[in-house]
Design a protein around this ligand. Sequence first.
Ligand SMILES: [Cu+2]
Length: 502
Amino acid sequence: MKTPPRLLRSAVLLLLATTSGLPGLTAGEAPVLARPGARPLAANLPVETAVLTEAPAVPPPITRRTPAKVIVNLEVREVVKRLADGVEYTFWTYGGNVPGSCIRVREGDFVEFHLNNHPTSKMPHNIDLHAVTGPGGGAASSFTAPGHTSQFSFTALNPGTYVYHCATAPVPMHIGNGMYGLIIVDPKDGLPPVDREYYVMQGEIYTAGRYGEPGLQNFDPMKAEDERPSYVVLNGSVGALVGDRALQANVGETVRIFFGVGGPNLTSSFHVIGEIFDRVYPEGGSVASQHNVQTTMVPSGGSAVVEFKVEVPGTFILVDHSLSRAFNKGALGMLKVTGPENMLTYSGKEVDAVYIGQASEAGSAASKREAELIARREQAIAANPQIGTITQEIQQERGKKVFLTSCFACHMANGEGLPGVFPPIAGSDFLKADKDRAIKAVIKGLSGPITVNGKPYNNMMPPLEFTDDQVADVLTYVMNEWGNRFGSVSTADVKRVRAENK
Ligand SMILES: [Cu+2]
């Protein structure tokens, strides 16, 4: 062990975070080296500035075969960004995005690290790079107040793929707000060449609101303590790797994914639906010690590097195979492979992939449409007070998103249900007859024998946890989709039915 045990390490950090002054520069002040450190030792090395990339891009492999002094400039910024369609969050970032900028150096490089905390930040931050051999992985030397900059240096002794993260108290909050990334230390002779490299990280977000609840969401410390995230995401937001943001490759190419888990709490069961990892560097170590792997476990604060050749075209879905996280909390991405069919390897319909794919894509299409309609509503209000129908259209588009996160799983995307099991809601006389009964079905659940369009059903629909707005929107959607013309449901209707069924 070259580093102190982790517990000790965080104790040291907490101590530092609470008792130390704030090292760094104030504006206009000349840089003063706290101590000469190792700089003179590296005086003869060639100097270069590290290329930092935004996920899913990875900096180019290091082709140098001798060490250098590498200068890393990483800027901390606190920014409001999209977490999901209609949902925003104040992320704390390394480089403006989640995960933080990807850093790549070579084994043996002397790294001069500059951590710059933007003047608009509200919090002090620091950095613990798991690639560093030294107290706190650099955290002890990088505690930086807003508008300040800190500097420390280290030699990248060990090759591998390492997580870095903020280690300022409360640490789970800083990580939960997005303060993590990867630093790749290429081995002396480089990694074997591949056609494509990608950078993907998983992390949880603990919002006060439930998954999908619109608006600017706050961090919920209790949910974090209980390890009950509302979101588990790949690359910082729901859908960050979906649709036209999907990873890309051509048939016949080799793909390497540097996959990290920022956490702060959950371990990922990383899987690509429809692919087998030809090689895995487990836990981000320097040896591809395993071959032909379906799912690799990636610890919180750890990584894995996977390599595979893509043999057939199609959409391959990246998931945490703890699947509720993929289906209900956002831990889902896509790799789109284009090229000629290879019927010998695979021929047929990719049910899993296309199914989820369409749902996600339709979800963001619905969102775009909602934005258009809101813009139209503003215009309509300005020009003419006849706005009722547009309001309902907005409800329908919002409702479509709710439908695609929940109802479609049982009632099917086309509303036709499943004979004898899930009743149809397209053309349903049961739905048409009683709006309050439908509201109650969604908020309280529905079970026991019912008849829909003359056919008997006796099954159970669980109560669904949606806001009053969401219930009104989804019912208005199903009451006006697939040829249904059953009227609409308002938030007030839902509140009334909730009160009547307390
Ligand atoms: Cu921080």
